[in-house]
Design a protein around this ligand. Sequence first.
Ligand SMILES: NC(=O)c1ccc[n+]([C@@H]2O[C@H](COP(=O)([O-])OP(=O)(O)OC[C@H]3O[C@@H](n4cnc5c(N)ncnc54)[C@H](O)[C@@H]3O)[C@@H](O)[C@H]2O)c1
Length: 253
Amino acid sequence: MGQLDGKTAVITGAANGIGLAAAELFVAEGARLLLIDLDEAALGDISGHLGPNVSYHVADVSQAESAGRYTRDAIERYGRIDIAILNAGIEGDVGPIGKVSLATFDRVMAVNLRGVWLGLSALMPAMKAGGGSIVITSSIGGLKGTPMLAPYGASKHAVIGLMKSAAVEGAPDRIRVNTVNPGPIDTRMIGAIEMGRNPSDPAAARRAGVTRIPLQRYGQPAEVAAMMLFLASDASSFCTGATYQVDGGSLSS
Ligand SMILES: NC(=O)c1ccc[n+]([C@@H]2O[C@H](COP(=O)([O-])OP(=O)(O)OC[C@H]3O[C@@H](n4cnc5c(N)ncnc54)[C@H](O)[C@@H]3O)[C@@H](O)[C@H]2O)c1
């Protein structure tokens, strides 16, 4: 028996990295999924590979109409939404305050913060009837400073604020809302950040990053997906309004 048997989930940013790992784990645990991403080709491949319980919807989560559309699509396909993983995110340009452009700030906020706000605004009314679990992907950058990535860090702090308000508002309708806060995870994003920090020697940026992690390695996307599964499933039925680190001990060092 799967931990998500009979449940329906939407996952944003599902075509790569952490969102893809969550899709793989959730379908193996019995969920029916609607995957959302900008990357249509990858979504097509993934849904073909993951089988008949997986559909996809191409959308830019920062666009005002997107969340309403993917929410309606999920309801039309499956009848209801039990779980939402609001995970789509971008890192933006790496650089010090004063050098990073306003365009970078605006785009990072549009995807990472506005995208989550739009998702909550469409999903919470739709989940009211049956309750459920919403998991937002924040970061350890939402709990401490992120030098050279200030807009990214600000966006990841801001979604924790949204999560806390949504958790209190959602509680009477049995909608739980939490954040997952990963440390460095081995995906495209961390590779781009390493390149931005040290363009001539990104491997040196990686070595320096790993030495700051008590477990002395980057995490794997599946290790974040495992926390998302816990928060999505009934195993976490008394958990709402909180941050859940998956960071190899980074925040404690
Ligand atoms: N990798 C890390 O070290 C790390 C650490 C902490 C938090 N996170 C967070 O985890 C989440 C997933 O990151 P990842 O590492 O898997 O990155 P990734 O780049 O591998 O995957 C991100 C996915 O989001 C999609 N996406 C980007 N902008 C979008 C938009 N506007 N609309 C729809 N989809 C969009 C991309 O196409 C991609 O498939 C992000 O929110 C990120 O900030 C990552």
